[in-house]
Design a protein around this ligand. Structure first.
Ligand code: AMP
Length: 136
């Protein structure tokens, strides 16, 4: 994609601190990290959504994410990490080329995902379970 920043990084047209390159996937440091060492894993082929990825791309992405998470946490001395993938604008996706975030975490690092815990109405959970299972 001509105007995709990640496609340009993959093609070497704009600089990035690359960590891993395979035939399917590239990983590099996020230029504006949540914490130092925050890394991204992206498929070489331009695809907007996780749902657009092929099985062989998904396999490599998850294995590279594991390798990168181990290396990033060791290099930064971080005791924890988040793996995130924002899919769609409403979920916070800004760059329209699917990517996974590996974010090293430490106690009191000042970052919060703002997690919340709602409750289901009577029967709602079961209805959703059935609706989802029908589509799998
Ligand atoms: P998302 O909100 O999930 O789409 O995240 C996009 C991420 O890409 C952000 O964390 C940005 O800091 C990062 N990013 C955008 N442009 C670049 C770039 N040229 N090099 C490295 N990271 C980038």
């Amino acid at each position: 994609m001509a105007d995709c920043v990640f496609c340009k990084i993959i093609a070497g047209e704009i600089p990035a601190a690359k960590l891993v390159e395979t035939d399917k996937v590239v990983s590099f440091l996020d230029a504006n990290p949540v914490n130092p060492g925050h890394a991204l894993i992206v498929p070489r082929r331009h695809a907007s959504s996780f749902l657009d990825l092929q099985q062989n791309e998904l396999h490599v992405m998850i294995f590279v994410a594991r390798r990168v998470a181990a290396a990033v946490t060791e290099a930064t001395g971080s005791p924890a990490f988040n793996i995130l993938q924002n899919d769609g604008e409403a979920a916070g996706q800004i760059v329209d080329h699917c990517h996974m975030h590996v974010i090293p975490r430490a106690p009191e690092d000042g970052f919060s995902l703002g997690w919340r815990q709602l409750s289901y109405q009577e029967g709602e959970l079961e209805a959703l379970q059935e609706a989802i299972r029908r589509r799998l």
